[in-house]
Design a protein around this ligand. Structure first.
Ligand code: ATR
Length: 274
């Protein structure tokens, strides 16, 4: 029987997930379809009940429902519970719907895809302490990375994540700025530099080290002010597209039991966004 998947969010029309997943089904000869569904926050409960009733094989969850959906699911993966957010729902063999989070793992895959194996002791600076940073922090820890510092405008939020992680150091943006040279990998997770955003880089890169790796989770535009500044300092830069494609590929694997080809997808989406 044909399987069907969806992505729910609000707004949803800009989402690149339907085209990406449908292209994978065609390429991998999978009899399935994937549709975008706009769900306003007030309708989330009914929308989830409908998806279950109509027998969706799974769906992705995007802004603003990643946290609110948790109590509406039948089961929750342990990592997703720690992250406090779900971006993927899977219909299990017993018909129950289980929530997972593939965003953080998608980031770690994109990092390792771009630069190969990374030494697990390398000092990492995570900039920002919102939902995206939290997911990445847990995925880094699960991947064995143990030298994590979180810098945030509101230091208390960085402290809260470190406490939950059971490791890591929380610093202010100013403290981070003053010891930038001590880090090897930088991960920018604030909305600074988004296409329609008005934010500037949250801090100066004056003390940026040589031979660093700089990643941004934003992919539209592909080149953010942070990546631009890091590249000028000689860093290897990683835009947010790999994270987006890999979070989708990991979800696809949860649903269908095999991985799609991600490198072609990254090349195609890069060409579209340039
Ligand atoms: P997401 O879920 O996408 O991570 P979020 O939870 O709204 O989004 O988190 C946004 C992050 O960007 C936070 O770390 C936020 O800092 P605060 O915790 O201090 O609010 C950061 N951020 C947003 N605007 C910022 C700005 N103008 N300067 C510095 N940091 C900013």
């Amino acid at each position: 029987m044909k399987k069907w998947f969806a992505v729910i969010g609000d707004p949803i029309s800009h989402s690149k997930s339907p085209a990406m997943h449908n292209a994978w089904y065609t390429e991998m000869d999978v009899d399935a379809t994937y549709i975008p569904i706009r769900v306003e926050p007030a309708n989330l409960r009914e929308a989830v009940a409908s998806l279950k009733l109509l027998g969706a094989s799974g769906w992705n969850v995007t802004i603003p429902h990643k946290e609110a959906i948790i109590p509406l699911l039948d089961e929750l993966d342990e990592q997703a519970a720690k992250m406090g957010a779900v971006n993927t729902v899977v219909k299990m063999a017993d018909g129950k719907y289980k929530g997972y989070n593939t965003d953080g793992a998608g980031f770690v895959r994109s990092l390792e895809d771009a630069v190969g194996t990374v030494h697990r002791d390398k000092p990492i600076l995570l900039i920002g302490a919102g939902g995206a940073a939290r997911g990445i922090a847990f995925a880094l820890l699960a991947g064995g990375y143990r030298n994590i510092t979180i810098a945030n405008r509101t230091v208390m939020k960085a402290e809260a994540i470190c406490e939950e992680l059971g490791t890591g150091q929380a610093v202010s943006l100013v403290e981070a700025e003053n010891k930038l040279h001590q880090f090897a990998i930088f991960i920018q997770t604030t909305p600074a530099g988004m296409a329609n955003g008005t934010l500037n880089l949250p801090f100066s890169l004056e003390k940026f080290p040589q031979d660093a790796i700089a990643a941004d989770i934003v992919y539209n535009p592909l080149m953010t002010p942070f990546l631009q500044a890091a590249e000028e300092k000689g860093a290897t830069i990683i835009n947010g597209l790999g994270m987006f494609v890999h979070q989708g590929a990991i979800a696809y694997n949860y649903w269908l039991g095999h991985y799609p080809n991600t490198s072609n997808t990254i090349i195609e989406l890069t060409a579209q966004l340039k």
